[in-house]
Design a protein around this ligand. Structure first.
Ligand SMILES: Cc1ncc(COP(=O)(O)O)c(C=O)c1O
Length: 367
C-alpha cells in the first residue's frame, strides 16, 4: 500500500538525534526542577518567542504556551473559547483535525471560502462566532498563501469584532526555495492567536507545538493545560529548544527536495491522468486534485483496492462540498510517486465514467 493520505515526514532527520543527545546531557545537569511546566519549558518558550520576533512579530516568552503538537493547541483553544453550541468560522475546505477539535466542543461550524472571504460580516453578526480558524500559509489542503493585504483585513476585522482568530501556521515553514512568505497574521491585530509546530518541518513524533497569543489568553490556556496533563515531556522540549534557532536552515535544506517531488508528482499526473486538475503550489506538502467526474469518496475506495491511499475531499469540507476533490501528498520519493500515479491510473480506468456519487469513505485519522 502506498500511503498518500496522511501528510508528514516519514522519518526523523539526523539533527533530531543530535538535539536529543544534547538534551540528554542537559538532563544530567538538572538538580532542582521537578519537571512540571504546564506552560512549557521557559527556554523553549523563549526560543519560540525569538522565532516570532525574528519574523517581525515582537513576542515575549510569556506570550507562548508549549503544546503536544499543533493538534493539542487547537483542542485547548476549542475547549477554552468555544461555548456549548457556539459558532466557529472555518474555511471550506480546511484541515480536518481542526474540524474534529471544534466538533468535540459541539460547535456549529460556519463555513467561508479559503482565505475566509466574507469574514467581516460573519464576525459582525448579532451573535458573533466564538472563534475563527484560518490556515494562512500553505493552506491544508489547497496550498494557498494568503497575501499580506488580506491578512491585515482579517486581523483588523477580528479585532473590531473582538473575535479570536486562530492562524494555523503548522505548515508555514514549508516554502519552496525562493518563496517569501508574508508576516504572521498576528502581526496585524491583537486578537489573532498563532499556532505552530515542529511536526512538518522536523518530525511528527517529536510532538512539539505551541500557541502564541496575548498574555491573558496564554494564562487561561495554561490553567486549562494544567488540568489536562500538567504539561509536556521535558526531554522533547529541551531538544526542541536546540532545534528552534536552527529551523530556518533546516527548512531550507529540505525545501529543494520537496519542490522536486512536487514537480515530479505533477508531471506524472499530467502525463498519465491529464484530465485531472492538480494546480501547482508554492510550498506545503499536498496537491488538491479535482477529478473530472465521480467523487473522491468512491474513487478513494477504488484507489485503495489498487494499493494507494488518498484522502477524499469531503472529509475536509464542513459545508458538504469538495466532493469532487482528493488530496495527495508529495513527500514520497520520486520512484514511489511514479508508482503511485501508475496505480492511480489503473484505478481510474477501473473506476470508469458512470459514477454519480458514492457512500462516504470510512473516516480515519487525517493529517
Ligand atoms: C494545518 C495543520 N494544523 C495542525 C496539524 C497538526 O499538527 P501536529 O502534528 O503538530 O499536531 C496539522 C497536521 O497535519 C495540519 O496540517
Amino acid at each position: 500500500m502506498i500511503l498518500l493520505a496522511c501528510a508528514a515526514p516519514a522519518s526523523p532527520p539526523p539533527i533530531l538525534l543530535s538535539a536529543y543527545e544534547r538534551a540528554l546531557s542537559q538532563l544530567a545537569t538538572i538538580t532542582s526542577d521537578i519537571g512540571y511546566h504546564p506552560s512549557g519549558l521557559w527556554q523553549l518558550r523563549r526560543a519560540v518567542a525569538d522565532h516570532y520576533t525574528h519574523r517581525g512579530l515582537p513576542t515575549d516568552p510569556d506570550q507562548v504556551l508549549i503544546t503536544n503538537g499543533g493538534q493539542q493547541a487547537l483542542s485547548l483553544l476549542a475547549r477554552a473559547f468555544v461555548e456549548p453550541g457556539g459558532t466557529v468560522v472555518v474555511e471550506a475546505p480546511t484541515y480536518p483535525g481542526a474540524l474534529e477539535a471544534f466538533r468535540e466542543q459541539t460547535a456549529s461550524l460556519q463555513t467561508l471560502p479559503v482565505g475566509l472571504d466574507g469574514f467581516e460580516s460573519a464576525a459582525r453578526a448579532a451573535r458573533g462566532p466564538d472563534l475563527a480558524y484560518l490556515v494562512s500559509t500553505h493552506h491544508n489542503p489547497t496550498g494557498a498563501v494568503l497575501p499580506s493585504l488580506l491578512r491585515r483585513r482579517l486581523a483588523v476585522a477580528a479585532a473590531h469584532a473582538d473575535v479570536l482568530l486562530i492562524d494555523d501556521e503548522v505548515l508555514a515553514h514549508l516554502a519552496f526555495p525562493g518563496q517569501r512568505i508574508p508576516p504572521p497574521v498576528a502581526a496585524f491585530g491583537a486578537t489573532v492567536v498563532s499556532v505552530g509546530s515542529l511536526s512538518k518541518s522536523v518530525w511528527g513524533g517529536l510532538r512539539i507545538g505551541w500557541i502564541r497569543a496575548a498574555r491573558r489568553v496564554i494564562d487561561r490556556l495554561a490553567r486549562l493545560r494544567a488540568v489536562h496533563d500538567l504539561g509536556g515531556n521535558l526531554p522533547a522540549q529541551l531538544a526542541a529548544a536546540y532545534l528552534l534557532p536552527r529551523l530556518e536552515g533546516l527548512c531550507q535544506d529540505i525545501a529543494a527536495d520537496r519542490q522536486t517531488r512536487h514537480d515530479h508528482l505533477r508531471a506524472e499526473l499530467a502525463r498519465r491522468l491529464p484530465q485531472w486538475q492538480a494546480p501547482p503550489v508554492t510550498g506545503g506538502q499536498t496537491l488538491w486534485v479535482r477529478l473530472p467526474h465521480g467523487d473522491g469518496d468512491s474513487f478513494s475506495q477504488t484507489a485503495l483496492r489498487h494499493g494507494v491511499a488518498v484522502l477524499p475531499g469531503s472529509g475536509l469540507d464542513a459545508s458538504g462540498g469538495s466532493k469532487e476533490f482528493i488530496r495527495i501528498h508529495f513527500l514520497a520519493t520520486p520512484d514511489t510517486l511514479s508508482e503511485a500515479v501508475h496505480r492511480l491510473t489503473t484505478a481510474w480506468h477501473a473506476y470508469g465514467d458512470g459514477h454519480d456519487g458514492g457512500a462516504p469513505a470510512p473516516r480515519s485519522m487525517a493529517i
